[in-house]
Design a protein around this ligand. Structure first.
Ligand code: XIL
Length: 332
């Protein structure tokens, strides 16, 4: 075989994609996954809002189905995410009054993480333990019921429980800080959080870099000044002894101009430059895209009428590899 997963493996890396359960019923889609991925991650099925849509209704059917699919196809299974500590992405029932005080809140969180991480141990080789907990502007922890009850300890508790339930898994903090202008305060906040975790002995192994890029054009966007700032950030993270994972790569070309062919070429050139930079760091262990086929991308949900349909992923709507695919292959 000579898919992206094999090319990555030849360099000691993993390549994969987010998968939605509905895609498992699409034979052609499954064929793409089998040919090109060495790992998969659930796009939504392992989030708290999917597993606990109501207070006591544990729903593991979709997450289990993906786990069985991964096992049957000898694919690694990445876990996402034990705690998306963001007020917009918790289950609806999980409000400030859902628990009987701070101790009850903490005990729920410990129980939840222990149960979910334990269920998929040892299959899940890596977990995004905490996702997007930092406000990108203020750098403060986002004000969820967990944060309000537990303060900064919310992060420590999540990692402790994940470690206890899945001792063999690599544990990461995952967020969308990027090389883009306006992300300086977000990057600084991530560094502060990681430094604090490392110095307090919280069991964190690496940083998940989502890698959702907003795109206009390559020369303007991924300029050498921005690459320099980005390397400065990665140097600090790796200097703490942490690994790096590109966890949700895609390119939102909504602000780009030009024909599909021109946009695809730009997206591919950016992807190559970006992955070359990331793979300069031996600490980068894996690359996952957030989906494989353009029309399935989560970004399409934000496209308004009359706007261009985005071309953010490695395959077009007929499941043919695009220039972005070749760019990933070349970067490996
Ligand atoms: C997105 C999914 O792709 C959507 O289907 C869902 O409606 C919302 O979440 N950062 C993350 C991912 O960490 O979990 C998000 O996934 C995309 C942004």
């Amino acid at each position: 075989a000579s898919g992206l997963g094999d090319l990555a493996a030849a360099r000691g890396l993993r390549f994969g994609s987010a998968v939605r359960n509905t895609q498992l019923a699409d034979e052609d889609y499954v064929a793409l996954v089998r040919r090109d991925c060495s790992v998969v991650v659930a796009e939504n099925a392992q989030k708290m809002y999917a597993i606990l849509p109501t207070r006591d209704a544990w729903r593991f059917d979709e997450a289990d189905a993906l786990a069985r699919f991964a096992e049957a196809n000898a694919l690694g299974l990445r876990g996402h995410a034990l705690l998306w500590n963001h007020p917009d992405y918790l289950p609806d029932w999980l409000t400030d009054t859902a628990f009987d005080g701070p101790r009850d809140t903490e005990s729920f969180l410990r129980g939840y993480i222990g149960r979910v991480a334990g269920r998929y141990a040892p299959q899940i080789y890596a977990w995004d333990v905490v996702n997007e907990t930092l406000d990108p502007e203020t750098g403060a922890l986002r004000p969820t019921p967990f944060t309000k009850a537990m303060g900064p300890q919310v992060v420590d508790v999540a990692f402790e429980e994940a470690k206890a339930a899945a001792p063999g898994a690599t544990l990461s903090y995952n967020d969308y800080m990027s090389w883009e202008d306006g992300h300086e305060s977000h990057r600084a906040a991530v560094l502060r959080l990681l430094e604090r975790m490392v110095s307090d002995g919280v069991p964190v192994d690496g940083l998940g870099i989502q890698g959702h890029a907003k795109w206009t054009d390559r020369t303007a966007e991924f300029s050498s000044a921005r690459q320099k700032a980005w390397r400065g950030f990665l140097d600090e993270v790796t200097g703490m002894g942490l690994e790096l994972y590109v966890t949700e790569l895609d390119v939102n070309d909504g602000d780009a101009t030009g024909t599909d062919t021109q946009r695809d070429a730009e997206i591919a050139a950016y992807t190559k430059d970006y992955l070359d930079l990331m793979l300069d760091y031996p600490q980068t262990k894996e690359v996952l895209t957030w989906g494989l086929v353009d029309h399935d991308s989560w970004i399409q949900a934000f496209v308004d009428e009359g706007e261009l349909v985005r071309r953010p992923l490695p395959f077009d709507d007929a499941y043919r590899p695009k220039p972005m695919y070749e760019a990933i292959a070349k970067a490996f």
